[in-house]
Write a protein that binds this ligand. Structure first.
Ligand code: ATP
Length: 458
C-alpha cells in the first residue's frame, strides 16, 4: 500500500477550495452537475499562473517550440483517424443494487488486480467475472455487478447538424493534441520552424468520464497543456529521454515537493506507442497520473495523412530526405496540476497551544495574491488613504489585494488560507516615519520596511 499524505485530506481541500473561492461545484444552486467545476476568484488567478508557468517553460524558454490555439470542434473524420470513435473507451459496470456506475479497471485496481489498457471487452469481462464477487460498490457496499461494457468517452454534439437525423455527428474534442497534428503543415508553412520542433497548446477537452468521485482530478470538462515535439525517427529515443528529464525537473522548479512526485511506466503499450511513462503526484488518495510523456512513433501524422489525403511527411531542407516525423508528447492536465499545487501547499500549523492555522504555502509566483495591504483601522481615514497610496504604488508590479475587514489577526488568517506570501499593515507610525509592517506568511515574522524600499524588498 502506498503511503498517503496524512495531514491533507480531500475533505479539507474541497472545503477550503469552496470556502475561499478557489473551486465551486458547477450549477450548485441547481443541485450541482457531476464532474464539472467552476474556478472562483482565487482559483481563476491560480489557474492563470499555472498556465503562464507552463507556457513560459515550454514556449518562451525554447526557441524551437511555437504555440497554437486550435478550435474545440474539428472535422468528425479527425476522430476516426485518431482512433477515438472506435477505441476511446473505458470499461463500465453497474452496481445491481444502487445502479452506480464504476470504471471496471479502477474497481479491479482497488483489490490489487491490474487491468490492461489493451484488453478487449471480453477479456476485461473475463477478468472482472473472476474477481467481481470480492469487489464492493463504492456507494452502497454491495457486491453484485452487471457485466463490464466498453463505454465511449467522446462527448457528442449537434453542431452544424441541421437535418436533426444525427447523421453528421460532431464531437467536443477528447484531447487537445489532435488540433496540433492537423495544423502541423500550417505551422511548418507559415513559420521558420524545422524538424526537430514542437507545438504547444493549452485548451479545454471533454470526456464522458464514468466516475466522478475525485473532485477536479477527474472532470468531464477539463483543460490540457500539451506539447507535441516532431523529430526524425532516429532521434525519437534521445528526445524522449530529454523531455522526460525536463518535465520532471519542471515540477521541482515549480515548487512541488520532490518526495510527492514519481515516475510510473506503462506496462502494456498501445500498438503504436514506443514508450510511455507518467509523472505521478501523491494526491491524498495516493500516487496518480499528473502528466504523460509518450513516444507516439509516426502514428498520428500517418493516420491523418491517410484519412485526409494530405501528405504530412517532411522533407529535410539540408539532406533532402523525406520522412514521416515521429512525435514525442508531453501532456498534463491543468486541473490536476492545480490540485497538486493546492495539496502540496496545504499546511496545518499549531501556532500556540490549542491555536492552529491553515496556510497555503504556494510558491510565490503561483500565489493568487502576492501582497495584501491593510490599514490598521478602517475608521481612520488618514490610515485608509495612506494604505490606498501604498496599494496603488505596488499593484502595477505585484498581484495585490486591499483588505480592511475585521481585525488584523483575522485578516492574516484569511490571507494565510489563500496563500498570500506577504501582508503589509499601515499604522500610526507609518504616518510619522513612512515605514510599514511586513508580515511573512511562512515564518509569521514581522519587520518594519520603509515605503520607498517596499518594491525591492518584496
Ligand atoms: P486517466 O488514466 O487518469 O484517465 P489518461 O491516461 O486517460 O488519464 P491522457 O489521455 O493521457 O489521460 O491525458 C493527458 C493528461 O490530461 C493526463 O495526464 C491528465 O493530467 C489530464 N486528464 C485526463 N483526463 C482528465 C480528466 N478527466 N480530468 C482532468 N484531467 C484529465
Amino acid at each position: 500500500m502506498e503511503q498517503q499524505n496524512t495531514s491533507v485530506t480531500m475533505e479539507k481541500i474541497v472545503s477550503l477550495a469552496k470556502r475561499r473561492g478557489f473551486v465551486f461545484p458547477s450549477s450548485e444552486i441547481y443541485g450541482g452537475f457531476a464532474a464539472v467545476y467552476d474556478f472562483g476568484p482565487y482559483g481563476v488567478e491560480l489557474a492563470k499562473n499555472i498556465r503562464e508557468a507552463w507556457w513560459q517553460a515550454m514556449v518562451h524558454d525554447h526557441d524551437n517550440i511555437v504555440g497554437l490555439d486550435s478550435a474545440i470542434f474539428m472535422h468528425p473524420r479527425v476522430w476516426e483517424a485518431s482512433g477515438h470513435i472506435g477505441g476511446f473507451s473505458d470499461p463500465l459496470a453497474e452496481c445491481k443494487k444502487c445502479q452506480t456506475r464504476s470504471r471496471v479497471d479502477h474497481l479491479l485496481e482497488e483489490i490489487g488486480v491490474q487491468a490492461d489498457e489493451k484488453m478487449t471487452e471480453s477479456e476485461i469481462n473475463a477478468l472482472f467475472d473472476e474477481h467481481k464477487s470480492k469487489i464492493a460498490c463504492p456507494k452502497c457496499g454491495q457486491k453484485e455487478w452487471s457485466e463490464a461494457k466498453n463505454f465511449n468517452l467522446l462527448v457528442e454534439s449537434n453542431l452544424g447538424d441541421f437535418t436533426g437525423t444525427g447523421e453528421n455527428k460532431t464531437y467536443l474534442r477528447g484531447e487537445t493534441c489532435q488540433g496540433i497534428y492537423i495544423n502541423f503543415k500550417n505551422v511548418l508553412d507559415s513559420t521558420r520552424v524545422k524538424v526537430p520542433f514542437g507545438i504547444a497548446q493549452i485548451g479545454k477537452a471533454f470526456r464522458n468520464e464514468i466516475t466522478a468521485r475525485q473532485f477536479i482530478f477527474r472532470k468531464r470538462e477539463f483543460e490540457q497543456m500539451e506539447m507535441q515535439f516532431f523529430v526524425h525517427p532516429s532521434e525519437a529515443e534521445r528526445f524522449y529521454n530529454e523531455w522526460k528529464e525536463k518535465r520532471f525537473q519542471y515540477y521541482i522548479d515549480l515548487g512541488i515537493k520532490p518526495e510527492n512526485l514519481k515516475w510510473h511506466e506503462h506496462e502494456n503499450l498501445v500498438f503504436y506507442a514506443k514508450a510511455a511513462w507518467d509523472i505521478e503526484y501523491r494526491y491524498p488518495f495516493g500516487f496518480k497520473e499528473l502528466e504523460g510523456v509518450h513516444n507516439r512513433s509516426d502514428y498520428d501524422l500517418t493516420q491523418h495523412s491517410k484519412f485526409s489525403g494530405t501528405d504530412l511527411s517532411y522533407r529535410d531542407p539540408m539532406t533532402n530526405e523525406k520522412f514521416m516525423p515521429w512525435i514525442v508528447e508531453t501532456s498534463v492536465g491543468l486541473d490536476r496540476t492545480f490540485l497538486a499545487v493546492l495539496c502540496d501547499a496545504y499546511t496545518e500549523e499549531e501556532i500556540s497551544e490549542g491555536d492552529t492555522r491553515v496556510v497555503l504555502k504556494f510558491p510565490k509566483k503561483l500565489a493568487p495574491v502576492q501582497v495584501a495591504v491593510f490599514p490598521l483601522m478602517k475608521n481612520k481615514p488618514e490610515l485608509v488613504t495612506k494604505a490606498r497610496e501604498v496599494f496603488d504604488m505596488l499593484r502595477p508590479h505585484l498581484r495585490c489585494e486591499f483588505d480592511d475587514n475585521g481585525n488584523v489577526g483575522k485578516r492574516y488568517r484569511r490571507q494565510d488560507e489563500i496563500g498570500t506570501p506577504a501582508c503589509i499593515t499601515i499604522d500610526f507610525d507609518t504616518l510619522e516615519n513612512d515605514t510599514v509592517t511586513v508580515r511573512d506568511r511562512d515564518s509569521m515574522e514581522q519587520c518594519r520596511v520603509a515605503i520607498a524600499e517596499l518594491k525591492n524588498y518584496l
